[in-house]
Design a protein around this ligand. Sequence first.
Ligand code: 3HC
Length: 288
Amino acid sequence: MPSIEKICVLGAGNMGHQIALSAALAGYQVKCMDVDAKTLDNAKNFVEKYLPERVAKGKLDEESANMARTGLSFTEDLKIAAGDADFVIEAVLEKLDLKRKIFLELDKICQAHTILTTNSSYIVSSKIADITGRPGKICNMHFFNPALVMKLVEVVKGPHSSDETIQVTMEVAKKMGKTPVLLNKEIYGFLVNRILTAIRNEALFLYDMDIASFADIDTAVENALGHPMGPFKLLDLTGIDLNYHTNMERYRETQDPVYKPSPIIIEKYIIKEWGRKTGKGFYDYAGK
Ligand code: 3HC
């Protein structure tokens, strides 16, 4: 089995920067790449603030914080980020065309042994693997938000993924302190998002029908079902833009109206109330 030392994370957004930091905290050499300078700056600032805060809180020792700080770098250059990586985790926007373009590039840039994974929430890797000359070295590796906190990682075996790729991916997740679960077959939404979508769609239906306020629906789910966050707080955390894009992508693909984003999601997407990342979603985060 190839030994994994260098990891490249593509995308420094909501998920990417926390995946990159989780890997650096586990002792990997990590390069995190994004095309957007502001997103990279935000990611760097997050790391600079997060590590000393964890040390001050007694959750992390100084030595581990320094190891993560020195082991993690940021770049706008794909060749620098991926050229010497043993393992790549792609966490860019949920757009199939974009992912295919990136994997085509990665296949050219990366070493022959490099495993390429996608953190996509919904796009199965068989929709991407065929564009590369290394389909056996490709699979889904799906983290949850916030990636530094949530333990689960879904590893999805595509028909093209080799057993070795799956085994290495499971091992990388474990070394990152995560709890990986293996999906033997590809399915849209994997395990968690299928369950979450059923809950979320019902919550949006109840809200759109004016049965209750979004806050009361959250209160109901938190206090009756024991979920740490109701569906609207969770939408704000994971990003209303992400929900809009994934649903639109699936709607375009299937023409099934069940995937059409709900009216309130479309409205919030248009006015850029995307949740915590824009300071307002269903809830207001100004000054928080
Ligand atoms: N980034 C990093 N760490 C965070 C964080 C963030 N955004 N938010 C909270 N934390 C950490 C805190 O530092 C704290 O760490 P500590 O206990 O080690 O000191 C811990 O999480 C608890 O934080 P708080 O006490 O501030 O707040 P809560 O107890 O309310 O926990 C939460 C916050 C962990 C986000 C919790 O509310 C939760 O588990 N919510 C549900 C999250 C969830 O369901 N995620 C899955 C989303 S679905 C998804 O990701 C699918 C994908 O495809 C999009």
